[in-house]
Ligand binder design. Sequence first.
Ligand code: PRP
Ligand code: MN
Ligand code: MG
Length: 180
Amino acid sequence: MLQDIREVLISEEELQTKIKELGATLSEEYRERNPLIICVLKGAALFMADLVKKMDVHLEMDFMDVSSYGSSTKSSGEVKIIKDLNTSVEGRDVLIVEDIIDSGLTLKYLVELLEHRKAKSVKIVTLLDKPHHRKVDLTADITGFTVPDEFVVGYGLDYAEKYRNLPFIGVLKPHVYEGQ
Ligand code: PRP
Ligand code: MN
Ligand code: MG
């Protein structure tokens, strides 16, 4: 697996240092608010797991899996719910945890859905922001790192479902995805 990586963009240590900072900031913000922390599967699973360990507040966790209607129609902004929340968000302070924002369509849909379901507040923390291909005006409330317009994988992010288990964020060698 490691032989497919061209370079390490964000090391394991840099990730963990940043997550500790984010956890401290979020602990301040959500103290006494019993937030519902929502992980957007599958990419955000590793970030979520590490982030909540750095939050010294009472919180609840839930998981949602959404997918665009095929890559060709991703620009349509249609998102399908694969797995919904188990928890009602009505009146709750909700924090969405994402691994990366690219077009912004996934999160735009989710934020609107949770607001429609009467969440008291909806905020976004994303580990990575790739602002180059935004299709909608969407900004996270908290961003870990802004990344260049490259094929990044690892720490939850996949290429064809692989590489999620890398402990760092890396850039794939082009031969891995070229000619697919
Ligand atoms: C990826 C990523 C974000 C979303 C970002 O998820 O994890 O959730 O795409 O793209 P967008 O801003 O253009 O909507 P993906 O749909 O590949 O599912 P996964 O998390 O299971 O890999
Ligand atoms: Mn995802
Ligand atoms: Mg993916």
